[in-house]
Write a new protein. Structure first.
Length: 320
């Protein structure tokens, strides 16, 4: 019996040392990063920049696969069910905290089957309106929207998207009614904003800036609690006298929950080294992205908190 026990211990040690060697050699082959948003969107452009530099830091190619559908939950679910070997990553925005409030029958459990790794940063959404509308300021807009009989509609890139949440938080805090019109992609929303077919759109900053600078649309308010460097004259919800209306879009990286902690630690360290590089910071700022330093554990806590808040917000919208 003792001989059998000793042999079992030796085998266990061999297996553990083999796993340790496997972890220490990671990454030894190309890595796949699943992105659940369309190519060219803010949710694609920002992490793509990050992964290009992370690839150099890790010494392995990172191949990005855009797997779009169901508000980002299609690609997210694929990663949640993938092998937890460190070779499948997920880039997501705070849409990951919205999906559980929108889709009651998700094929995965967000907080149990996925683990946070690194926070790339956050950006403002900007409320833009057509030039043909008479509103010059956010106060002009609110006065009109609160007037009985006024019909207001707004666009988003889909039910449960980060821009949908920005719009709905603003609408709820400001106390006016509006019809939500979801689109398949941001370019379609922008076309209809410029054409005057919808009234407002909380557009990601990186996308909105060229439109604002070229005079194609008018910016009325940014979604964040503080003003944006590139739009210093555009007020925040707090400036407009609105409480609990602020929001932002953040960009993070996740892995399947059972990924070895040694690999998660390597990813976290390498990712933060990339993010701390001055050239990366400069590139992200050009996209309107600000640093959002967080540990993996702090990201997990944020995710749980946001899921609960979004369930309350979207439940109240559905009850209207």
């Amino acid at each position: 019996m003792n001989k059998f026990w000793r042999m079992s211990c030796v085998l266990a040690v061999m297996l553990m040392s083999g796993a340790a060697r496997a972890d220490s050699s990671w990454p030894s082959k190309p890595i796949k990063a699943v992105n659940p948003f369309g190519a060219g969107s803010a949710g694609d452009v920002v992490p793509r920049l990050f992964f290009e530099r992370l690839s150099t830091e890790l010494g392995q190619p990172i191949v990005i696969e855009n797997r779009v559908g169901a508000g980002g939950s299609l690609g997210t679910g694929a990663v949640a069910k993938s092998d937890p070997d460190g070779y499948t990553l997920l880039s997501q925005t705070n849409a990951i905290s919205i999906a559980p409030a929108i889709f009651p029958n998700l094929t995965y459990d967000t907080t149990r089957e996925l683990s946070s790794v690194v926070m790339i940063g956050y950006a403002a959404n900007v409320m833009i309106v057509p030039n043909e509308r008479p509103w010059k300021t956010v106060q002009d807009f609110l006065a009109a929207a609160r007037t009985k009989g006024t019909v207001i509609n707004y666009g988003s890139v889909g039910v449960g998207s980060a821009v949908h949440i920005s719009s709905e938080k603003f609408r709820a805090a400001a106390g006016f009614e509006a019809t939500h019109i979801p689109y398949r992609g941001g370019s379609e929303v922008i076309t209809d904003i410029i054409g005057g077919r919808i009234d407002f759109y909380f557009c990601p900053l990186a996308t909105a800036l060229p439109l604002i600078r070229e005079g194609q649309v008018r910016a009325l308010v940014v979604s964040t609690p503080t003003r944006v460097r590139d739009l210093p004259d555009v007020p925040t919800p707090i400036d407009a006298g609105l409480k609990d209306a602020d929001s932002s879009i953040w960009f993070g990286v996740f892995v399947p929950a059972k990924t070895p902690p040694e690999i998660v630690a390597k990813l976290y360290t390498a990712g933060n080294k990339v993010l701390s590089a001055p050239e990366t910071q400069a590139s992200l700022k050009k996209l309107g992205v600000e640093p959002m330093p967080m540990t993996s554990t702090e990201m997990d806590v944020l995710l749980v908190k946001e899921i609960a808040a979004n369930k309350v917000l979207l439940k109240s919208e559905a009850a209207k």
